[in-house]
Design a protein around this ligand. Structure first.
Ligand SMILES: C[S@@+](CC[C@H](N)C(=O)[O-])C[C@H]1O[C@@H](n2cnc3c(N)ncnc32)[C@H](O)[C@@H]1O
Length: 193
């Protein structure tokens, strides 16, 4: 019951009230902590296409925008319309001309195949009810030589690792306390999606 209230009855979509509460907490949090510094570890280069999957209120988009630069692009994807509204506000207020908010439906985003050089999905994984479909979608929108940075969310590392490996969509190339760095398993190769 409490889970439904937090995570919603539609697949993975939080009720508006839960999203608004989260947004209030995150906006206060972001005044005190520079969580976005984490992106400096993701080797983002100017001109690259970045996808912030499960962008929420856009904690990371400003920094992603600056790192990708004028020639780069940042797609901020979320399953919640209120997240896209928050992103649109940020784009307007901070002049983030290379950022676009994208609304996903279930585990499908309207992005084209092979879009991203770098995808990051932070504090999202625990909310995803169908991790296989989620990870396959991330594989689809990643370039073949792309990289996925994903954290545990609020679940044990073992569980996150097991979900990634059993999806057949990503291999794990590095792990540290904060995240797992993954490479896409290429379509058509054994076990690929
Ligand atoms: C806890 S918030 C984290 C937001 C942001 N990544 C951060 O770290 O501040 C999780 C976000 O993921 C989104 N989300 C959950 N499941 C999703 C899915 N399957 N596809 C896209 N977004 C999803 C939620 O709507 C929510 O905005």
């Amino acid at each position: 019951m409490l889970k439904k209230l937090r995570y919603g009855i539609e697949q993975d979509r939080m009720p508006n009230i839960a999203f608004k509460m989260m947004a209030t907490v995150f906006n206060i949090r972001d005044c005190f902590f520079s969580l976005d510094k984490l992106l400096d570890q993701f080797a983002i280069k100017e001109g690259q296409t970045i996808i912030d999957y499960g962008c929420g209120t856009g904690t990371y988009v400003g920094r992603a925008s600056r790192l990708a630069g004028e020639k780069g692009k940042v797609f901020a994807v979320d399953i919640h319309e209120l997240a896209i509204k928050e992103i649109d506000k940020k784009i307007h207020m901070e002049n983030l001309n290379n950022v676009v908010g994208i609304l996903a439906k279930g585990n499908h985003s309207p992005l084209e195949d092979d879009t991203a050089d770098i995808i990051y999905a932070l504090d999202v994984f625990h909310m995803v009810s169908d991790p296989q479909a989620f990870l396959k979608e991330l594989n689809r929108i990643s370039k073949p030589d792309g990289v996925l940075y994903i954290d545990n969310g609020h679940q044990p590392r073992d569980k996150a690792r097991e979900k990634i490996l059993s999806s057949g969509a990503w291999s794990i190339v590095e792990e540290n306390k904060r995240y797992l760095r993954c490479r896409p398993v290429i379509q058509g190769h054994d076990g690929a999606p």
